[in-house]
Design a protein around this ligand. Structure first.
Ligand SMILES: Nc1ncnc2c1ncn2[C@@H]1O[C@H](COP(=O)(O)OP(=O)(O)OP(=O)(O)O)[C@@H](O)[C@H]1O
Ligand SMILES: [Mg+2]
Length: 216
């Protein structure tokens, strides 16, 4: 799934300046794109626009499938939010299954996908515990497993590894990048994580500047 945004402009209500201005983006299908930029530069705002949580004042964006058909990105994407939000009293497995339910998976299918995703995050042995007993990094990995239990072709991940050590980060990125045809937009402060992406954008003055591009 290709992701295209044209001339996005966004300002928060009562904000005194645009957070994003004339932002243009074109990420080809299956590409892993990193977005880096200082705190407060608008990375979460950009993902919130692309994911349909906020509406831009100007500009347009859409996803395009292999047949050239356009989709609203919100309907074909899944998320790892910057603020990990798990249901504390529900089990790790139940929290993870929510991603599969997004696709309309049956309960047994959701169960199987969630267990697979938890396995990839090294958390299969915690499946039946309530989410409230997890450490910060474990909770973050459950949020990633929840996103991975969906088969949606676009994945937005907002600093998904900021609570993890380098070895775990590498492992988590392997899992995020495992599906060859999934387009991943990864917001990160971690240069090593960005270096594993096909293309790296820096968010600067409300727009994106491509700082490096590998061969997708
Ligand atoms: N709900 C809001 N209302 C008003 N201003 C906001 C709101 N959310 C964010 N902002 C402002 O918009 C700007 C961009 O915020 P954003 O959260 O997108 O930054 P970020 O690049 O994700 O930062 P970080 O690396 O700290 O997560 C900041 O100046 C922030 O203060
Ligand atoms: Mg942010």
């Amino acid at each position: 799934m290709r992701l295209v945004a044209e001339q996005l402009r966004f300002r928060y209500p009562h904000g005194d300046q645009d957070v994003l201005a004339a932002l243009t983006l074109d990420i080809a299908s299956g590409v892993r794109a990193a977005i880096i930029g200082p705190s407060g530069s608008g990375k979460t705002t950009l993902l919130s626009l692309l994911g349909g949580l906020l509406a831009p004042q100007q500009g347009a964006f859409h996803a395009v499938d292999a047949n050239g058909q356009r989709h609203v990105p919100r309907n074909v994407s899944t998320w790892v939010l910057q603020t990990v939000s798990l249901l504390p009293e529900r089990t790790v497995l139940d929290n993870t299954k929510l991603g599969a339910f997004l696709d309309g998976a049956s309960s047994s299918e959701a169960d199987a996908r969630a267990r697979r995703a938890l396995g990839a995050m090294g958390l299969d042995h915690r499946a039946d515990e309530p989410a409230r007993v997890l450490s910060g990094g474990e909770a973050q990995r459950v949020a990633i497993a929840r996103a991975l239990s969906s088969n949606r072709p676009l994945l937005f991940a907002d600093e998904p590894t900021n609570q993890l050590d380098a070895a775990t980060t590498d492992h988590v990125l392997d899992a995020l990048f495992a599906a060859a045809n999934r387009t991943v937009v990864l917001v990160t402060h971690d240069e090593a994580a960005a270096a594993r992406c096909d293309v790296v954008y820096r968010l600067k003055d409300g727009g994106l500047v491509m700082t490096s591009a590998g061969s997708p």
